[in-house]
Design a protein around this ligand. Structure first.
Ligand SMILES: *Cc1c(COP(=O)(O)O)cnc(C)c1O
Length: 370
């Protein structure tokens, strides 16, 4: 699905020397690279503050903690996402209010969010799924009207651009009150272990996030908040500093691969290629197609027989998982999610894909539908 080895080979000297220099310094926790990386990522995203943390799930959880939401408060999010999104809400004693995404974009829309707003709603957590932004302009307007917080789950979309109707452009994660991202190795900006970060333009929220991520401590041994230990370690920050310099190049390479897929598969009537929205660029953390007529699992098996990896993100709606049955959602409440879970399949995509690999994969897909 991804080829982290080939990517490493390409940048090996820089990565190796970055890691070695952290080992030489022995500043493994809160070393200077952490602050330097935060500053560089801040610059890249055009936000006022970046606070790094241990992983993307923590980033979401820290965001909810910093906003001071109370047990039972409702947070609206997508039923079609990675479990971490919903888990972070439930973990804080808040109530995840799940909604269907749009079938075309895989993302929640302002219209569907609006229908789920109740007097207990406090926040909206849109997910920029597979590397393309949700409609942040309309979501922010809706949030403003109802005085709700917006936390962007930008784990799959580091570097995607959101384009407003007045043509101004902002990075995924930099638009809501807080943006959260992950540096899990398979994300577009991935490190060599776990890592995450938060973005905000609000000084107060930034201070709170920084404190909570470090035991609730502002001044040493003075605890203003109940916090956690959630830090990006220095080795990972040093690796990320190198990879951030290549990030746009790597995203462009993924887009080139996606363009090839789009063209090669355009005439294939058995599938639908990913829809690209005019208000967002797409960084293709996943290249996810929809297979019609119940043939998804057949295609997956066929690809397997040709040694082509593929993945189903995501195979089942979250409300039907045992851990989330307590939410009391009806089995048939989410027709779009149910349909997507049966139709989607993601094809290999990464920064090192070769023409030959793309041809081999698309030929196999076309052969299956012949
Ligand atoms: C990966 C991911 C996360 C969590 O990130 P981790 O670093 O693995 O904790 C959260 N939300 C989405 C949508 C993700 O894809």
């Amino acid at each position: 699905m991804s080829d982290l080895r080939a990517q490493y080979d390409r940048i090996k000297p820089e990565i190796d020397s970055a890691i070695q220099s952290v080992i030489n310094s022995t500043a493994f926790i809160k070393g200077p690279e952490v602050t330097m990386f935060e500053e560089e990522l801040r610059e890249y995203n055009g936000v006022k503050h970046v606070v790094s943390c241990a992983n993307g799930t923590d980033a979401l959880r820290l965001a909810l903690m910093a906003l001071g939401l109370k047990a039972g408060d409702e947070v609206i999010t997508s039923n079609f996402t990675f479990i971490a999104t919903v888990e972070s809400i439930a973990m804080q004693g808040l109530k995840p209010v799940l909604i269907d995404p749009d079938h075309g974009s895989f993302n929640v829309t302002a219209e569907s969010i609006k229908k789920a707003i109740t007097p207990r709603t406090r926040a909206i957590m849109p997910v920029h799924l597979f590397g393309q932004c949700a409609d942040m302009e309309n979501i922010m307007e809706l949030a403003r009207q109802h005085s709700l917080y917006v936390i962007e789950d930008a784990a799959q979309a580091t570097g995607a651009d959101f384009i407003f109707s007045n043509k101004s452009v902002k990075k995924a994660g930099s638009i809501g009150h807080i943006g959260a991202t992950s540096f899990f190795p398979s994300k577009n900006l991935g490190c060599y272990g776990d890592g995450g970060a938060l973005y905000t333009n609000d000084d107060g929220i930034a201070g709170k996030l920084r404190s909570i991520a470090n035991h609730g401590m502002k001044v040493r041994y003075c605890y203003d908040d109940i916090g956690v230990n959630s830090r990006l370690d220095t080795v990972q920050a040093a690796i990320l500093r190198v990879k951030l310099r290549y990030h746009d190049l790597f995203n462009d390479a993924r887009r080139t691969a996606a363009d090839f897929y789009d063209r090669a598969l355009a005439a294939c009537t058995g599938i639908e290629t990913p829809r690209r929205m005019t208000f967002s660029t797409h960084i293709f953390n996943q290249y996810t197609i929809k297979v019609k007529d119940g043939r998804r699992d057949g295609l997956k098996k066929f690809l397997e027989s040709k040694n082509i990896p593929s993945m189903v993100y995501y195979p089942s709606p979250l409300h039907s998982q045992d851990a989330y049955k307590y939410l009391g959602c009806g089995e048939t409440d989410f027709p779009v999610t149910a349909q997507l879970c049966k139709q989607v399949i993601s094809l290999p995509i990464h920064s090192e894909m070769e023409q030959q690999q793309l041809e081999y994969i698309t030929d196999a897909v076309l052969e299956f539908f012949k």
